[in-house]
Design a protein around this ligand. Structure first.
Ligand SMILES: *Cc1c(COP(=O)(O)O)cnc(C)c1O
Length: 385
């Protein structure tokens, strides 16, 4: 078997934790919990329903929400679609104004374009030099007809953390709804939806050691009457998202979020240690810099630009799996829209890599990665045009 590269791409997806796999498998076979959670008249359905509701509590608990405020979706992409389209359509009038930013995930940017096609005006805020969206920038962009602001908690390429509570307060003052894409933040940043002025929040399981294909949308009390379903057929999830609930996926997401809650402090300390071990030697190399705020960030995700000497990220990818831009942009091979918004040109963006750490990263992985990166930069001709 070929030796696999080191995995430094936890921000793209995580492996499913073995403990989560166990929970998931138990919801599949005839001897397991396979019933349809909507079959309320018999024991199979009732047992599945209990499992679904327990998972809903587990997901809500990690982020300080009430269980009944969580709507199951197929992932953060669907949650983002439901939030943006659902709020725009519920208004029942054309036009209006939405605020988002240039450095959102494509699941927001592409959905915002759809809103524009249907007559909504959209402002795409420019991040500051640290990769942050400031409350001031949001305040300056607010209009009388702004009905929704959508910003991410943690940026997937930079790892920077927006001040969501501060932004939320001013959005609420102006009467608009506030949606937050927290796919990269859950389990890494302490989220308290009981206190935060946020109306809608998107989550995904596979960024937090759960399976792909399952996520949730938090729908707070201000948003509930102002949100229209996007998927119809049976009225599941309080009419907000129809379709037979995927018990195995949901139970797994619940287990993954519960594990993240239990290990929160310990895991954070581990990642901080590993981050220092990785970053110190790399920042010691000439021409290497960290993109995004040095302080308002999670320790897991590092965007580094190598501006001096040879740098061949394609060769390095044979031994280290990292993101050359972001996994979602790599398909299109275009320079990262996040780096361009931060003022990089295409050349500098092509010399930027995202290294992301996670639960299964070891000190040996870090030391080997440092060695491989240093060697890749040193072995090359000493010129670059
Ligand atoms: C991964 C990601 C998404 C998409 O989530 P899926 O569950 O894969 O659909 C959306 N937003 C951000 C910030 C992400 O990192």
């Amino acid at each position: 078997m070929n030796k696999r590269p080191l995995y430094f791409d936890y921000a793209a997806t995580t492996p499913v934790d073995e403990r989560v796999i166990q929970v998931m498998v138990e919801c599949l076979g005839f001897d397991g919990n396979f019933g349809n959670p909507a079959s309320s008249s018999h024991a199979f359905g009732q047992q599945a329903r209990q499992t679904v509701e327990q998972a809903r509590r587990q997901v809500a608990e990690l982020v300080g929400a009430e269980a009944e405020q969580m709507v199951w979706t197929s992932g953060a992409t669907e949650s983002n679609n439901l939030a943006l389209k659902g709020v725009a359509q519920a208004r029942g009038v054309a036009g209006g104004h939405v605020i988002t930013s240039q450095i959102e995930h494509k699941a927001i940017l592409d959905t915002a374009r759809q809103l524009q096609d249907s007559g909504v005006e959209v402002t795409y805020l420019v991040p500051d030099a640290d990769g942050l969206i400031t409350a001031q920038a949001v305040s300056d962009a607010m209009r009388d007809d702004t009905f929704l602001v959508s910003l991410m908690l943690v940026n997937n390429e930079l790892g920077t953390v927006n001040d969501i509570p501060a932004i939320g307060h001013l959005v609420r003052e102006r009467g608009a709804l506030f949606h937050v894409d927290a796919a990269q933040g859950a389990g890494k940043v302490k989220i308290d939806l009981a206190e935060w002025p946020v109306d809608l929040m998107s989550f995904s399981a596979h960024k937090l050691y759960g399976p792909k294909g399952i996520g949730a949308l938090y729908v707070g009390p201000r948003a509930r009457p102002r949100l229209l379903a996007q998927i119809h057929g049976g009225g599941h999830e309080g009419g907000l998202r129809s379709g037979t609930l995927a018990t195995h996926q949901i139970a797994a997401m619940g287990a993954a979020f519960a594990l993240a809650a239990a290990a929160f402090d310990e895991e954070k300390a581990l990642i901080v240690r590993l981050r220092e071990r990785l970053l110190d030697p790399l920042l010691g190399m000439p021409g290497v810099r960290l993109n995004g705020s040095p302080t308002r960030r999670i320790p897991h995700t590092l965007s580094l630009t190598f501006s001096e000497g040879e740098f061949n990220s394609a060769a390095l990818l044979a031994s280290i799996a990292f993101s050359a831009t972001s996994a979602c942009n790599s398909a299109s091979n275009a320079p990262s829209h996040v780096l361009l918004a931060l003022g990089h040109d295409a050349h500098s963006a092509s010399r930027t890599i995202r290294l992301s750490l996670g639960r299964f990263t070891t000190e040996q992985d870090i030391d080997l990665a440092v060695h491989l990166i240093k060697t890749a930069c040193a072995s090359a001709p000493a010129f670059w045009q």
